[in-house]
Ligand binder design. Sequence first.
Ligand code: SAM
Length: 265
Amino acid sequence: MATTILDASKRPFDSWALDVFYRGFFKDPILKAFYGDSGYANLGYWDASTRTATEACDRLVDRLAGLLGDAEGRVLDVACGEGATTRRLTEHFTPDDVSAINISVPQLAAARTRAPGVSFYRMDASAMEFPDNYFDHVICVEAAFHFYTRRRFLEEALRVLRPGGTLAVSDLLMMRGAPTVPWANYVANRTAYARQLAEVGFEEVQVEPALDQTWGGFRRHFTDFITAHASENGWVVSSRDLFFTNVTLAAMVRDGLLAVARKPG
Ligand SMILES: C[S@@+](CC[C@H](N)C(=O)[O-])C[C@H]1O[C@@H](n2cnc3c(N)ncnc32)[C@H](O)[C@@H]1O
């Protein structure tokens, strides 16, 4: 009798698990406290002087906005979470010029409240419904590793950007087969990441390392935060959170980067 061995790389991407994960994430009282109710869902960009997660997350958006070159024209925030990245973008761009998308309906509802004046749409980052050559800038804060697939998202970003438009992303290189990360999104290293951007058709590709500023800073500060505040808040801490951060997530995240690239023309 033939034996069938399940090939995990052929498993369909589990978008349900992604939805469950973020419903839990945005309701979690410990995460809410850590993020100061800002609505962020990223690792932030830390240095020795950064004190809070909100400060670190604002800084990550500011770093990416800085990579865009100018803050003129229409900008799209891809995978906007509950709109914290979008709100911060409105400090760089006028709200009328900002659009944002997310796959999640409840997150979009929160985002509309957080960033008034912005146009929000429910859309898949890998199959956008915007016309060609529409945006001057596309930004994506720490989400592309989830998309099915990241490469299709990059192709879509190129399509919706006007010639000469700029893409800026912060991204994580996850281990093969990490939960909520499609198998196809495995990229070996930052050089391969830059190559993928160029293969898709971008030019002036720059990829800079950001593992310590993002994952490193988050890991240290989140671990300190839950340890320090556990008993005063009556949280049951937190083998679960310490384990998730320092074992599960630590095993999943292989590298972190910021990338910027331009559409030819
Ligand atoms: C780590 S969170 C980042 C959220 C936000 N950018 C931030 O930094 O706070 C990842 C986000 O990606 C969104 N997402 C996942 N897959 C998506 C897809 N295919 N299209 C659009 N958004 C997606 C999730 O709903 C979630 O909001």
